[in-house]
Design a protein around this ligand. Sequence first.
Ligand code: SF4
Ligand code: SF4
Length: 74
Amino acid sequence: MAKVKGAVVVDTEQCKGCDLCVVACPSDVLSLSKEANAKGYNYSFMSSPDDCVGCAACAYVCPDACITVYKVKI
Ligand code: SF4
Ligand code: SF4
């Protein structure tokens, strides 16, 4: 059976740094950036991209729909 790996893209300008996706991720993939976006929020990014399994828990909890999840067969 093919393994599935995931990747997420965060809309960094829409993100308000609420941390919900960071907490929701079962694989500790996401962290809040030390850099702020144009609105002054520390946006979410993939700090451990290799651990993403594409479960979409992060996208599900994001109140602003900033996260798009991609699944890749490897
Ligand atoms: S898709 Fe799942 S594993 Fe990947 S960053 Fe989101 S919550 Fe974490
Ligand atoms: S849940 Fe959405 S708004 Fe909140 S930190 Fe994550 S990407 Fe940003």
